[in-house]
Design a protein around this ligand. Structure first.
Ligand SMILES: [Zn+2]
Length: 218
């Protein structure tokens, strides 16, 4: 693993991912490289995750060229261009775009269609299990939020969530459903959410929110 080492008069090791997704290691003056690299390998999972998200943030908006990467359930797939078939199809390891369609529209069409397939069963599951009855559900693209729940218990979900890992999709769905019982972010709201998602961390939700800014396509 590549990293940039910055030694100084400090007592502890620290790791940081900079805005170019590069790993910065701050270390005491005399700590051995072996110790430093042991520490890095212990933190490999954390580093990988952080770098992944940072890279998504610095990806420039696509011009829909062959080979450009697009997200689906948290994984990147390269784009292949053709002149026939559906506007957009996801195969095992690539997206296929029919260039006779407007590319951004093709992606929106695809994400919305796929999101409905994935989100509806998750909504039903949490709704029944925790007795949280929603009224209507709508899927729409939004630039600033992943989801909302109205006073009348209508739920809006941002279908661009289709780019996020399933854990984030579940977090957002459970979050909006929990608002059916608690219309605020008080203690009881988070208690319910914790029950619905035993591995839930507040950080997952803000991670989702940050990712939204990163992945929005226009
Ligand atoms: Zn909320």
């Amino acid at each position: 693993m590549e990293y940039k080492l910055i030694r100084s008069k400090r007592k502890t090791l620290s790791l940081q991912i900079d805005k170019n997704a590069q790993l910065l290691v701050r270390a005491p003056l005399r700590l051995s490289v072996k110790k430093i690299e042991e520490f890095i390998s212990e933190k490999q999972n954390w580093i990988g995750k952080k770098q992944e998200f940072t890279k998504q943030k610095i990806t420039p908006k696509s011009n829909y060229q062959a080979g450009d990467l697009f997200l689906f359930l948290g994984e990147n797939y390269p784009l292949k261009l053709v002149k026939i078939g559906n506007p957009l199809t996801l195969y095992d390891n690539f997206f296929q775009l029919n260039t006779q369609y407007e590319p951004a529209q093709a992606f929106h069409w695809f994400y919305k269609k796929e999101f409905a397939k994935i989100a509806l069963p998750r909504l039903e599951y949490y709704s029944q299990k925790y007795d949280l009855k929603f009224n209507k559900v709508r899927f729409k693209a939004q630039k600033t939020r992943w989801g909302s729940c109205s006073a009348k218990n209508n739920i809006n979900l941002n279908y661009l969530l289709m780019m996020s890992p399933m854990s984030i999709i579940d977090t957002i769905i459970a979050h909006e459903l929990a608002h059916i019982r608690h219309k605020n972010h008080g203690k009881n709201f988070y208690k319910l959410l914790q029950e619905m998602l035993p591995n839930y961390k507040k950080a997952d939700y803000s991670l989702g929110q940050n990712q939204l800014r990163a992945v929005f396509i226009s």
